[in-house]
Design a protein around this ligand. Structure first.
Ligand SMILES: [Fe+2]
Length: 266
């Protein structure tokens, strides 16, 4: 089974450009690639900052663009999202008993848990007692299935993160997927495997010693996540890459002195 992890699309109303880019075109390009090259995925998970300002108009624009995506998709909220506006436009997305956009679903024998870390008006994320109590119930209901967690904020600086680590550590959650950082980031947190991907739009520059929070147009990726025999394999896919493809076993390709000299693939 495989699925796609896509994040931080920052869709705007009327496709208002953001940092020199068209949010809608970027999402359309990702969708076209998924439809064509990843048609067998079980689902596409989008880990927040679905839109840029959390307005109804933006969610309507998102909804219109997502119509072209052939695979089932799941959504969660980031700090740029607005819970009320989201719920108005995406009324079919489940919420928990307190109105947080939290739900879980099963594919094959795996359980996928989606949490809401939005702390309205704040950049940083929050998992309050209510949200963690909901998670406790979900974890309790697992019957030996492998479980995976999706949130927007990286768990490292998440308010409520310590409590979360205690709840999901020890193998209770096999992998935690998140967004927010607009960078591919892979590693572990408190022994829990974690990963994130580029935004579909602008990226953060990973740099030290600058007082400016720098952005850039490094090409975006989404992750094709393969789950086979209990393993989780994450392949970041640079879906805007249009560099030439060549046969690795072709001697002419090996000897090419420039990309222009590469023989065509066929
Ligand atoms: Fe973002």
């Amino acid at each position: 089974m495989r699925f796609i992890h896509l994040t931080d699309m920052h869709i705007t109303a009327n496709d208002q450009p953001l940092y020199g880019l068209s949010p809608r075109s970027r999402l359309e390009a990702a969708i076209a690639c998924i439809n064509q090259d990843f048609a067998d995925v079980a689902f596409v998970m989008m880990t927040g900052d679905l839109v840029n300002r959390g307005t109804v108009a933006e969610y309507e624009a998102l909804r219109a663009t997502l119509k072209d995506l052939q695979a089932p998709h799941y959504l969660l909220l980031g700090n740029h999202d607005g819970r009320d506006a989201f719920r108005q436009v995406f009324a079919e997305v489940p919420v928990d008993e307190n109105g947080f956009v939290q739900y879980a679903f099963t594919v094959e024998d795996k359980r996928f848990i989606v949490m809401d870390t939005l702390n309205e008006g704040e950049v940083g994320g929050l998992l309050c007692e209510q949200r963690l109590n909901w998670l406790a119930g979900e974890l309790e209901a697992l019957s030996g299935q492998d479980a995976f967690l999706f949130i927007h904020h990286p768990p490292l600086r998440l308010e409520g993160g310590e409590a979360l680590a205690e709840m999901i550590g020890g193998g209770r959650i096999k992998h935690l997927f998140f967004g927010h950082v607009h960078r591919p980031l892979h590693g572990s947190w408190r022994g829990i495997p974690i990963s994130s991907q580029h935004s579909t739009l602008h990226q953060f520059v990973y740099t030290f010693g600058s007082s400016i929070m720098q952005g850039c147009h490094e090409p975006p990726t989404f992750a094709a996540v393969n789950m086979v025999n209990g393993n989780v394999v994450i392949n970041p896919h640079s879906y805007l890459d249009d560099s030439p493809r060549f046969n690795l076993r072709s001697k002419a390709a090996m000897r090419a002195a420039s990309p222009e000299e590469l023989p065509p693939l066929e």
